[in-house]
Design a protein around this ligand. Structure first.
Ligand SMILES: Nc1ccn([C@@H]2O[C@H](COP(=O)(O)OP(=O)(O)OP(=O)(O)O)[C@@H](O)[C@H]2O)c(=O)n1
Ligand SMILES: C[C@](O)(CO)[C@H](O)COP(=O)(O)O
Length: 225
């Protein structure tokens, strides 16, 4: 059983701002993208990683490919995240049975989480980490509450999202004109009910400058190596 990863690092970081996409910024001595690459590198369950970067960042892609032996290839991503994932899936077609799709902007994944997701995919076909909502959740339109959602059924979804390769490939083929905000939706639409593994909120996505301050504090306080 061959397992590969698609590392989505082709975003521009518009909400974060600045010239350098957030995944290439340094967080206490190494680039944000390197945190998750180190975990993929360490895992005996991962056979290869495909890295997708924005146009103009080929030097970084090449240097990461040299540094991490599991990076088997790199390419440019697409305009939207879903376009980037599509490119990764095309590169890996015929190369693996299981694929883990991860945001480079989420540095704090653990080996334990990654391997748990990979173990569960055998029985559940699609598996992802998530956190249960801690606050009350409202459905809001134009700044006005329409209704209150049942909190115990609300889960905020993270990555890596792990799939049987043929299933996610089929989902992306069937719904090629959709730009869903995560990969699970492509298989949900095929009638699959993906499994959720409850996880820590430390696996958050660095989206704004405020998030980088939190990430720095996590590393500084020794919650992360
Ligand atoms: N066309 C894109 C867009 C996003 N991503 C990646 O998908 C992850 C999650 O996306 P997000 O946080 O939205 O990153 P950006 O698209 O860079 O941010 P923004 O929407 O603020 O521009 C990031 O690792 C990002 O690099 C990607 O590979 N290709
Ligand atoms: C895939 C994702 O990280 C799951 O929470 C998220 O949907 C990415 O969203 P973005 O619009 O690319 O920030």
């Amino acid at each position: 059983m061959k397992t590969c990863a698609i590392l989505c690092a082709a975003g521009k970081g518009t909400r974060f701002g600045g010239d350098t996409p957030k995944q290439f910024l340094f967080l206490k001595g190494k680039m944000i993208i390197e945190y998750s690459l180190e975990v993929f590198e360490k895992s005996h369950f991962i056979d290869g990683v495909v890295l997708l970067v924005p146009q103009g960042f080929e030097d970084i892609a090449k240097s990461l490919k040299n540094k991490f032996s599991k990076v088997i290839s790199w390419d440019y991503g697409g305009k939207e995240r879903a376009d980037t994932v599509k490119r990764g899936l095309e590169i890996l077609k015929g190369e693996c049975d299981i694929v883990a799709i991860h945001d480079a902007a989420r540095p704090f994944i653990t080996l334990e989480l990654l391997e748990k997701l990979i173990a569960e995919v055998e029985t559940h076909f699609a598996v992802a980490p998530g956190i249960l909502a801690k606050d009350t959740v409202k459905f809001v339109v134009d700044g006005h509450i329409q209704n209150t959602l049942p909190r115990s059924n609300i889960c905020l979804i993270q990555t890596p999202q792990v799939f049987k390769f043929d299933l996610i490939y089929r989902g992306y083929e069937m719904f090629k004109n959709e730009l869903f905000t995560d990969d699970l939706q492509y298989v949900e639409r095929l009638g699959i009910k993906p499994k959720i593994i409850e996880n820590s909120s430390i696996n958050f996505k660095i989206t704004t400058k405020e998030d980088l301050l939190i990430a720095e504090a996590i590393v500084e306080k020794g919650y992360w190596q």
